[in-house]
Design a protein around this ligand. Structure first.
Ligand code: SF4
Length: 366
């Protein structure tokens, strides 16, 4: 400040005469005004600081500092949000560092065909979006939540009666692609017409088909049943599969999977219901609900679902999970018109949340 004032005085004294000759009285007047304003602009902060030090205008200066701070923070935010390449790289690196798990989960969700979470969906619905991106541990917690809630609605599950393993296998083959009522009727008629399994083994496929007609697809199921009985007889020398109870689940699965017309669901039903091994059958209800809830991808096949759900459902919950999802699929989450507004799983369910956000639930029957 002192330097500027001295320089100003020096220039005035040294250049006054030549300028006066060159510019005239009006030019000198203009230059004086400009220099005066410069000095005033330089002097004002000094004066204000002095007054602030004396505690006279502290509030005003604090406001100024606040405003400057806001401006600086705003600039920093814009930089972090990715203005320019450097900003973008910096921003993404920081996110990965702070949320490593979320960064790993995103590709898996996209592999499963899950949509990105709608921005602000939780604000619109008031429903937590936390289950949009389930990690494996979160999905296990969802499985536990499903069992707990459905248990409250439908009551605890009653484990079905344990049948001989071979009986269970034949009954499950008959239950393929038909209703429980029809497959039960077909099984009862088969047992009524034949004295034992050996008589069925020696009967013609046509005769077997005549007995199981009510179970549907009789001409396809009859040769399968005959082939299964023949193979068991050749393997074991008797018509019994009771030895499977003593095998580890994996070996029992491999053994059963060799029979014609016996897929993962049939294998799992036999091992779960007859042998009480923790192998989850993925029937049409379990498959549909697991897809809708988001435990598996929307396009995950039933066969693949057996593997994926086996990793999520703990052994002690397999029977409960299977039976409760069937109950729920039959009563609330039907194939064509799921009744989401009445569903106790709504906040856990990907499809239910999607319908809610899309405003589709108003049309659902309640
Ligand atoms: S919220 Fe809807 S889609 Fe989801 S399980 Fe319940 S009824 Fe099914």
């Amino acid at each position: 400040m002192i330097l500027v004032t001295g320089l100003n005085t020096y220039l005035t004294l040294r250049l006054a005469e030549p300028l006066h000759r060159g510019l005239g009285q009006a030019g000198i007047h203009v230059i004086s005004r400009v220099l005066g304003l410069v000095l005033l602009a330089l002097a004002v902060p000094f004066v204000l600081n002095g007054l602030a030090a004396a505690g006279i205008v502290g509030g005003a200066l604090a406001s100024y500092d606040d405003a400057a701070g806001v401006a600086r923070r705003s600039l920093r935010r814009r930089g972090a949000a990715g203005v320019g390449k450097r900003g973008l790289r910096h921003s993404s690196r920081r996110r990965r560092t702070r949320h490593p798990r979320r960064a790993r989960e995103t590709p898996r969700e996209s592999l499963r065909g899950g949509r990105p979470r709608a921005r602000g969906a939780d604000l619109k619905t008031g429903i937590s979006n936390s289950s949009c991106r389930h990690s494996s541990s979160e999905m296990r917690a969802v499985v536990a939540g499903i069992c707990r809630r459905l248990g409250k609605v439908y009551g605890p599950v009653e484990p079905p009666e344990q049948w001989p393993v071979l009986d269970e296998l034949i009954a499950t083959v008959l239950s393929q692609n038909t209703s429980d009522a029809n497959s039960s009727a077909g099984y009862e008629e088969l047992r009524r017409r034949f004295r034992d399994w050996d008589e069925v083994r020696r009967a013609s496929p046509e005769r077997i088909a005549g007995a199981i007609r009510q179970a549907g697809l009789a001409n396809r199921k009859a040769p399968r049943i005959k082939a299964i009985l023949q193979r068991v007889f050749e393997d074991r020398g008797e018509l019994s599969l009771e030895f499977l109870r003593g095998l580890p689940a994996r070996r029992a699965e491999e053994y059963l999977a060799r029979f014609p017309g016996v897929g993962p669901k049939t294998v799992a039903c036999v091992l779960l219901f007859a042998c009480r091994k923790p192998v989850l059958p993925v029937d049409t209800h379990v498959h549909r609900l697991a897809q809708r809830i988001g435990l598996i991808g929307k396009r995950t096949s039933a066969e693949r679902a057996h593997e994926e759900l086996a990793r999520l459902v703990p052994p002690k919950r397999v029977l409960e999970f299977h039976l409760q999802l069937i109950r729920h699929g039959r009563t609330v989450c039907g194939a064509r018109k799921p009744q989401c507004p009445d569903c106790p799983l709504l906040d856990l369910c990907r499809e239910g949340r999607r319908r809610l956000v899309a405003g589709e639930l108003a049309d659902s029957p309640s």
